[in-house]
Design a binder for this molecule. Structure first.
Ligand SMILES: *[C@@H]1O[C@H](CO)[C@@H](O)[C@H](O)[C@H]1NC(C)=O
Ligand SMILES: *[C@@H]1O[C@H](CO)[C@@H](O)[C@H](O)[C@H]1NC(C)=O
Ligand SMILES: *[C@@H]1O[C@H](CO)[C@@H](O)[C@H](O)[C@H]1NC(C)=O
Ligand SMILES: *[C@@H]1O[C@H](CO)[C@@H](O)[C@H](O)[C@H]1NC(C)=O
Ligand SMILES: *[C@@H]1O[C@H](CO)[C@@H](O)[C@H](O)[C@H]1NC(C)=O
Ligand SMILES: *[C@@H]1O[C@H](CO)[C@@H](O)[C@H](O)[C@H]1NC(C)=O
Ligand SMILES: *[C@@H]1O[C@H](CO)[C@@H](O)[C@H](O)[C@H]1NC(C)=O
Length: 651
């Protein structure tokens, strides 16, 4: 091919660069020049403070690339669509006041030894996915970056982490991202130039750390974190096994680490049914016994059983996440020694039963949150939780419970029992007599009358009963709802309350709920509502009657709802509807009539007039309120247009 053909072909592929869009974000001037086919740094206003140049075709930056007068503070040069980006000698000397520099995503980054010289104010340097090897940390590139706080080297090809002596002066360094590299070990004086630092985050996730071959006695691999403390150490997604993890924790023994993230460790735990692979034991974490770890995340692994005292070295631990493992048994003393534990997450495991000794080890700890969601728990032994006197939240959603657990947790505030197969609420009051929130949604409750039993818990504020089978109501023998109730929110959506009230029972169920602010009765096969149903709900702000079969509303029904702000009537099929039902409500602000159908007739004239003049906000434009002309019409007519033409006013 002749050179001029190539030239022409390139010319057509490269559009003419557009000029940058200048925008002011709060008080900052931002020049957005992204994805504009620039081959060099374009001209910009001298007042530009943020210059976004990612996704262009710049292949070289030199000390003359930037305008000689400029006040740029943040510069993004990521993802140039070129074979390589060459960052030359003192490339940023004209923008030496920058605090943020993004060079990420330039897969083939070539750095001059002095590329970053003079950037003494730089706080954030992004060098992710730049095809960089070990030398990036070893050639003094960063020696001038005395303000550097965050260095992102994610997704490179680094194998050995040995920051050179210039790091000794980077005393602000806090965030070191080394995720997705090829690091297989860090030992001894590898990090000697980071000594004395308190690192907020050291991210070593998705590397090749295994420490399987190393001995535990520190002669082969002395502690690399000597005189370094770490707030969060992320060693997730590495090829750990139980021995390797044990060796690693022994290696770093004594180092102060507040949070250890070790998710996605497929080799940790014996999984389900593999007897020849070691599961975690007390030895696994013993090396951490002087590290004062406060949180440990072992989620998304293959731990299958918890042996006695497995976490006993972690007596400062406040939060333990074991979610998404294969845990199917908890030995009697599994949690012994966790005397500071506040949060235990065992969700998404394979637990089938909870025994009275399952949590025995936690009786003197301040455990406030226990997450057992999404297991297969069908049986809970009597008194299984009784030792947990500090417990405030217990999540048992998505299990196989058929009844309220027969335990007593008077301190419990938040009770999550949704998504089980619970048929009645027998025992709820002795189980959680101090609850403020009870979630019983998605169960098999049938009797609305149990509501009165639940309300015998005077502290209750939020009650979720949606998606049950409630279709009958056994009346309360003593009459009314207790007046000292504190209920604020009641969700009864997706039941069959239409059947309850058609039979004439429990029409006084909501009386005395003086504090109730939100009542949801959506999707309940309601065709009519008893006239006095909402009597006395003077605090009610939100009423949802959507997705029912309502054909009309009693004009008296909503009277007295003096606080009502939002009324949802959407997805009903009214034969007629008079605004008199709500037009006297002083607080009404929102009315939802979306997908509500009406039969076209002149009785709707009042509604049409109201729609035209009201200052209540409709969720859909008033022009979209339609009516149907039976029997033929498939599409509704705009209600306003219909009444205007079909219903002459006789004045
Ligand atoms: C950096 O900031 C200082 C003081 O704010 C100023 O004197 C200097 O000219 C700036 N340098 C550049 C290259 O903009
Ligand atoms: C930790 O490192 C700092 C900085 O290098 C040094 O000043 C200090 O003496 C060291 N402390 C110990 C206990 O080695
Ligand atoms: C660094 O952490 C150590 C141990 O956690 C602590 O004693 C020291 O005060 C911290 N230093 C700074 C500068 O935060
Ligand atoms: C420690 O490791 C060294 C070298 O790997 C080995 O020779 C020595 O026996 C070990 N010492 C102990 C006490 O295990
Ligand atoms: C931690 O474990 C080591 C070795 O078993 C032991 O010598 C040390 O006393 C323990 N430290 C604490 C605080 O229990
Ligand atoms: C428990 O862990 C899972 C998975 O990490 C998480 O989605 C859930 O929010 C955690 N539970 C709590 C109460 O934090
Ligand atoms: C709506 O209009 C009524 C009178 O028509 C008035 O009393 C009320 O304050 C108005 N509300 C709002 C929010 O403007």
């Amino acid at each position: 091919m002749h050179w001029w053909i190539i030239f022409l072909a390139m010319g057509s592929a490269l559009a003419i660069p557009r000029s940058c869009d200048l925008v002011r974000v709060r008080t900052t001037m931002v020049a957005n020049c992204q994805a504009q086919d620039h081959l060099v740094v374009p001209e910009i206003m001298p007042s530009t403070e943020v210059l976004l140049l990612s996704f262009n075709r710049i292949s070289k930056v030199t000390e003359f690339s930037f305008p000689s007068v400029c006040s740029i503070q943040k510069l993004a040069l990521g993802m140039q669509l070129t074979m390589a980006l060459d960052v030359g000698d003192r490339a940023f000397s004209r923008v030496s006041n920058i605090t943020f520099l993004d060079l990420g995503g330039n897969r083939n980054l070539m750095l001059h030894d002095n590329a970053f010289s003079g950037l003494s104010k730089l706080e954030v340097l992004l060098l992710d996915v730049n095809g960089l090897g070990d030398t990036v940390l070893q050639k003094g590139y960063f020696r001038d970056l005395l303000s550097l706080k965050k260095l992102d080297l994610t997704g490179n090809a680094i194998q050995r982490v040995r920051p050179d002596a210039s790091f000794h002066f980077l005393r602000m360094l806090q965030f070191i991202h080394l995720k997705l590299n090829k690091i297989d070990a860090i030992c001894g004086d590898d990090l000697q130039n980071l000594r004395g630092l308190n690192i907020s985050l050291l991210d070593l996730s998705s590397n090749r750390l295994s420490y399987r071959e190393l001995r535990k006695n520190q002669t082969e691999c002395p502690n690399p974190f000597y005189n370094i403390s770490i707030d969060t150490l992320d060693i997730s997604s590495n090829p750990w096994n139980v021995e390797g993890a044990e060796n690693f924790f022994m290696t770093i023994s004594g180092t102060q680490v507040r949070h250890v993230q070790m998710q996605h460790s497929g080799g940790i735990g014996s999984s389900f049914g593999f007897k020849n692979i070691r599961d975690v034991s007390a030895a696994t974490f013993s090396g951490l016994n002087e590290s004062n770890v406060v949180s440990l995340d072992l989620s998304k692994g293959f731990i299958s059983g918890l042996s006695p005292r497995v976490f006993s070295a972690l007596d400062q631990l406040e939060s333990l996440n074991l979610a998404l493992n294969k845990i199917n048994r908890l030995s009697k003393e599994a949690f012994t020694g966790l005397r500071s534990l506040q949060m235990l997450n065992l969700s998404n495991n394979l637990l089938g039963e909870i025994y009275s000794d399952s949590f025995e080890g936690l009786q003197s700890s301040p455990l406030t949150y226990l997450d057992l969601k999404s297991n297969h728990i069908g049986a809970i032994q009597h008194n299984a939780f009784n030792n947990l006197i500090s417990l405030q939240a217990l999540d048992l959603r998505d299990n196989s419970l058929t009844a309220i657990p027969s335990a007593q947790l008077p301190g419990l505030k938040h009770v999550f029992l949704g998504e089980n197969r619970i048929r009645d609420t027998y025992g709820i009051r002795s189980f959680s007599g101090g609850a403020t929130l009870i979630d019983l949604a998605y169960n098999r409750l049938q009797d609305l009358g149990e509501f009165w039993q639940i309300l015998a818990i005077p502290s209750l504020q939020y009650l979720l009963l949606s998606h049950n089978w409630i279709s009958r109501c056994s009346s309360r023998p003593q009459g009314l709802t207790p007046g000292d109730n504190n209920l604020l929110l009641l969700d009864l959506s997706d039941n069959s309350l239409g059947a309850v009230w058609r039979s004439g029972s429990c029409v006084n169920i909501f009386h005395n709920l003086r504090k109730l602010m939100s009542l949801n009765l959506a999707q309940n096969r309601l065709s009519t509502l008893p006239e006095d149903l909402f009597l006395g709900l003077s605090s009610l702000q939100k009423l949802d009657l959507s997705r029912n079969m309502l054909t009309f509303l009693h004009e008296q029904l909503l009277q007295g709802l003096t606080s009502l702000k939002t009324l949802r009537l959407n997805e009903n099929s009214f034969a007629t509807l008079s605004p008199a039902a709500w037009s006297q409500l002083p607080s009404l602000r929102f009315l939802d009539l979306k997908d509500t159908t009406f039969i076209c007739h002149c009785g709707l004239l009042d509604l049409a007039t109201w729609l035209k003049t009201t200052n209540v906000t409709l969720i859909i434009p008033k022009e979209e309120v339609t009516c149907l002309l039976p029997p033929s019409s498939l599409w509704g007519l705009p209600l306003l247009a219909y009444t205007e033409t079909a219903c002459p006013r006789n004045e």
